[in-house]
Design a protein around this ligand. Structure first.
Ligand code: G3P
Length: 219
């Protein structure tokens, strides 16, 4: 399973990259606003220079011609940029055009299996089902991941399932069990993946015993 970080913060991306387990980055307009970068293209380029893997950069046009123009510009920022396109009618048309041109896409704001099916048929590189936002409205985000994986497997679609809107480690575990190709998550969730209280208490006991053992043998 690939791990992406869901942020536009260069510091957070560096920190995750330094752990040695980072495969890519996803951004969106809200994350760009939070970061406050003045030059969108320059900021995405800086992210692309930090990581070897794919970096999703979202377009904000909502009509086909403008979406395709904007997407072509974004695609030129770097070789590892992936154009993030919202799952609306003009977005699907845009993904089809970009796919035919060899431009890679991340189809975002997916909340149903039918949406995911259409995105795959249009040739999206990634589909981004938003687990947490479905859970927020008393729906079942994980069920959506399972359904998309099953549908894609059944028909051999190459579109990768990118579990998004992940809020906690169990979302990652269940996405992995369901067969999602990628999980994108905030830095705090990445850090939580390796935490276990028994690891901490176990290490503390090992180190205490080692110290006592050294004293016993006179070291
Ligand atoms: O980047 C898309 C997605 O991961 C957003 O997550 O937490 O805003 O629902 P969230």
């Amino acid at each position: 399973m690939k791990f992406f970080i869901d942020t536009a913060s260069l510091d957070e991306i560096r920190e995750a990259h330094d752990m040695g387990v980072l495969d890519g980055v996803t951004t969106n307009p809200s994350l760009m606003k939070k970061e406050g970068a003045e030059d969108f293209h320059a900021h995405i380029k800086a992210i692309c220079d930090l990581v070897d893997g794919d970096v999703s950069a979202e377009i904000v046009s909502t009509e086909y011609d403008a979406m395709v123009d904007e997407a072509r510009e974004v695609a030129q920022i770097a070789d590892n940029v992936v154009v993030k396109v919202p799952l609306i009618l003009d977005g699907i048309k845009t993904i089809k055009t970009l796919s035919d041109e060899g431009i890679r896409t991340n189809c975002t704001l997916c909340f149903s299996p039918t949406q995911a099916l259409i995105a795959a048929k249009a040739g999206a590189t990634y589909i981004s089902p938003f687990i947490g936002r479905l859970d927020d409205i008393s729906s079942d985000g994980m069920k959506l991941i399972r359904e998309i994986v099953q549908i894609y497997d059944q028909y051999g679609y190459e579109t990768e399932v990118l579990a998004a809107s992940i809020r906690h480690p169990m979302h990652v575990v269940e996405s992995a069990l369901a067969g999602a190709d990628v999980a994108t998550m905030p830095l705090d969730v990445i850090k939580k993946l390796l935490k276990h209280p028994l690891t901490d208490s176990g290490l503390e006991r090992f180190l205490t015993d080692w110290e006592a053992y050294q004293q016993e043998i006179g070291q």
